[in-house]
Design a protein. Structure first.
Length: 77
């Protein structure tokens, strides 16, 4: 009888450990999901440099009071 109880206890512990790992893997997978399409579109949006007229990604452009400037030679002017 004691062996049966010990066996059941071991099975319960193993199941709990497996569930714990599965939850951690699920949350890690969820954290790795790409951002929604809205955020991707925002990052991929191009803006025009007010100085030279070049189009640069908004994420790389420098905001100035009258628009955006590209990061090349126009940023220092």
């Amino acid at each position: 009888m004691a062996q049966l109880v010990l066996l059941l206890a071991i099975i319960v512990v193993v199941v709990l450990i497996i569930r714990s790992f599965a939850r951690k893997a699920g949350s890690a997978r969820q954290a790795e999901t790409p951002p929604p399409a809205d955020e991707q579109a925002q990052e991929a949006k191009l803006v025009r440099c007010v100085e030279c007229g070049a189009f640069v990604p908004k994420a790389e452009a420098l905001a100035v009071p009258n628009g955006f400037r590209c990061g090349s030679g126009c940023a220092g002017r």
